[in-house]
Design a protein around this ligand. Structure first.
Ligand code: PRP
Length: 187
């Protein structure tokens, strides 16, 4: 275990198992929703850079339906002070009008990033917008957001890293999700 880690919350094999289940559930739901149309208009999985990349890479391979991959980056700077503002650092390169979108997030914490992203995407008239979040961390939730698919729910306010989640851009490549030691957090 990495020396900065206090304790592992979700192991590599727990994550792999849950990702397989989510991939199956999502595949089934879109098959039911779209039928044969799924081949002409596959859902678009929109991953938020950078945290969701590792989860999306695994989730995409756990799905047995055609999907397209797309990425956006949103700056969280100023989100808490001025929740009305969001800065799109990298936008989608495709039109999503009439398309089925699956937002893929590593973590939903306050919910502000997701709420902004949903508003932004809904304004582009997609056929549907669903959300898949690996971690639903509830103690600091400030915006009500509907999560269609959740990997794990975390009710404690731990600083979580690993499997895409960072602290100061580190620890994203840990294969597990863990609570960071307080001593590793420099403020
Ligand atoms: C993290 C995470 C979510 C967001 C969740 O992104 O990936 O996008 O925070 O927080 P919220 O629910 O409180 O809005 P971050 O801004 O740290 O960027 P990253 O994806 O590059 O790690």
């Amino acid at each position: 275990m990495h020396t900065d880690i206090e304790r592992i919350l979700f192991t590599e094999s727990q994550i792999a198992q849950r990702v397989r289940e989510l991939g199956e559930q999502i595949s089934r739901d879109y098959e039911r929703l779209l039928g044969d149309r799924i081949f002409h208009e596959p859902p678009i999985a929109v991953g938020l850079l950078r945290g969701a990349v590792i989860f999306l890479a695994d989730l995409a391979r756990a799905m047995r339906i055609p999907i397209e991959l797309a990425f956006m980056a949103i700056s969280s700077y100023g989100l808490s002070s001025s929740p009305g503002e969001v800065r799109v650092v990298k936008d989608l390169e495709i039109s999503v009008a009439g398309r089925h979108i699956l937002i893929v997030e590593d973590i939903v914490d306050t919910g502000q990033t997701l709420a902004h992203l949903q508003e932004l995407l809904n304004a582009r008239h997609p056929a549907s917008v669903k959300v898949c979040a690996l971690l639903n961390k509830t103690p600091r939730r400030a915006r009500t957001v509907k999560l269609d698919y959740v990997g794990f729910t975390l009710t404690e306010d731990a600083f979580v890293v690993g499997y895409g989640l960072d602290y100061a851009e580190r620890y994203r490549n840990l294969p597990y999700i863990a609570a960071l030691k307080k001593s590793a957090i420099t403020t």
